[in-house]
Design a protein around this ligand. Structure first.
Ligand SMILES: O=c1ccn([C@@H]2O[C@H](COP(=O)(O)OP(=O)(O)O[C@H]3O[C@@H](CO)[C@H](O)[C@H]3O)[C@@H](O)[C@H]2O)c(=O)[nH]1
Ligand SMILES: [Mn+2]
Length: 363
């Protein structure tokens, strides 16, 4: 029990950045203020860099537009998408913190069945700070949660679990459906609150949605590249999916865990299904080749770091998916550029020299 006179410091206050990709004013932050205000925000402004993005007073943030991306990365900026939410991964790159939470600007505070506001950030932090169980499924779901435990038959030698790399949250109201599903079910809303956090078993892929997502940047950051999407690219809205497939095979290889379930956010805006179909359609049939590829991936033992795994994966992408479309050779090259940029920005000497055009705003 915290002593009343000692202020409670929010968990991971100085170890976590909140990354928001945006093309609009960030009034949505007003609703998140009680939960987000103590944390540093990294705002990645997409689209026209001359447009001014309004951020509510009282938030500590840095804002990067496309001019900043080009200035900081130089030629390597080619790996950061333009005019797609995939641009958010620049925020992952430029951050210096151990943890990341990323959220879309049309995601609001949801209420649990008791009517209480859900602090999605606190739940992600709890998910990331407790182990995962990728090697043996616990049928009572998250065994580390208050009021739960490992069930009978769960090997004691496996109860230490694995470090958690990713925490994948869900959405009430507008579900993250693909365009064909949106088109046939335009009025479907997700009203089902499932009170569970589960570890996605080793060897199983999943469709990672980027709109309510936390991860340990030190464990899996270099794999969280959101690919080449949007302007000038033949595909969109597969940014988070690509990152999730790459990250999951690497987590499996390195013995790291991925959780999905709580927390929920309230996803307020359904994007246009016709526009989405134009962005997604190639991905809808390419993924019938992409998924078997990721299911077949076996990374060599010498790949002991995320970077080594990721570069090895980029080679396999070119080799095994290049026949599907020339795009995958471009993507393979961009994956290598991303790792070069990651290592360049995250070596102490280089990182310190980065300056920001937009002054860091303090409360
Ligand atoms: O060109 C753009 C468009 C949008 N953004 C910012 O990205 C997020 C998401 O935008 P939006 O809510 O319009 O997108 P959705 O259709 O709901 O898509 C979600 O599903 C996945 C598609 O990849 C992803 O998780 C979400 O994008 C907002 O913050 C926009 O401001 C952008 O930066 N550039
Ligand atoms: Mn949205």
């Amino acid at each position: 029990m915290a002593h009343p006179s000692v202020p409670v410091v929010p968990a991971l206050k100085d170890e976590l950045d909140i990354v928001i990709p945006t093309i609009r004013n960030l009034d949505f932050l007003e609703q998140w203020r009680p939960f987000f205000q103590p944390y540093h925000l990294i705002i990645v402004q997409d689209g026209d860099p001359t447009k001014t993005i309004r951020v509510p007073d009282g938030f500590d943030y840095e804002l990067y537009n496309r001019n900043d991306v080009n200035r900081i990365l130089g030629p390597k900026a080619s790996c950061i998408s333009f005019k797609d939410s995939a641009c958010r991964c620049f925020g992952f790159l430029i951050s210096k913190k151990k943890y990341i939470f990323t959220i879309d600007d049309d995601c609001f505070v949801a209420k649990d069945p008791s009517g209480k506001d859900i602090n999605a950030l606190a739940q992600h932090i709890n998910n990331l700070l407790t182990p995962s169980t990728p090697f043996f499924f616990n049928t009572l779901y998250d065994p580390y949660r208050d009021g739960a435990d490992f069930v009978r038959g769960y090997p004691f030698s496996m109860r230490e679990g694995a470090p958690t790399a990713i925490s994948h949250g869900l959405w009430l109201n507008i579900p993250d459906y693909d365009a064909p599903t949106q088109l046939v079910k335009p009025r479907e809303r997700n009203t089902r609150y499932v009170d569970a956090v589960m570890t996605i078993p080793k060897g199983t892929l999943f469709p990672m949605c980027g709109m309510n997502l936390g991860f340990n940047r030190e464990l899996i950051g270099p794999a969280m590249y959101f690919g080449l999407m949007g302007d000038g690219q033949p595909i969109g809205r597969y940014d988070d999916m690509w990152a999730g497939w790459c990250a999951k095979v690497i987590c499996d290889h390195l013995g790291l865990g991925v959780k999905t379930g709580l927390p929920y956010i309230w996803h307020s805006k359904a994007s246009n299904p016709f526009v989405n179909l134009k962005k997604e359609y190639k991905g809808i049939y390419w993924q019938e080749d992409i998924i078997p590829f990721f299911q077949s991936v076996s990374l060599p033992r010498e790949c002991t770091t995320v970077q080594k795994c990721y570069v090895e994966l980029s080679k396999l992408v070119a080799e095994k998916l290049g026949h599907v479309d020339p795009y995958f050779q471009k993507l393979s090259d961009a994956m290598v550029t991303w790792i070069e940029a990651w290592d360049e920005l995250n070596t102490p000497s280089q990182a310190a020299s980065e300056t920001k055009t937009s002054p860091v705003n303090t409360k």
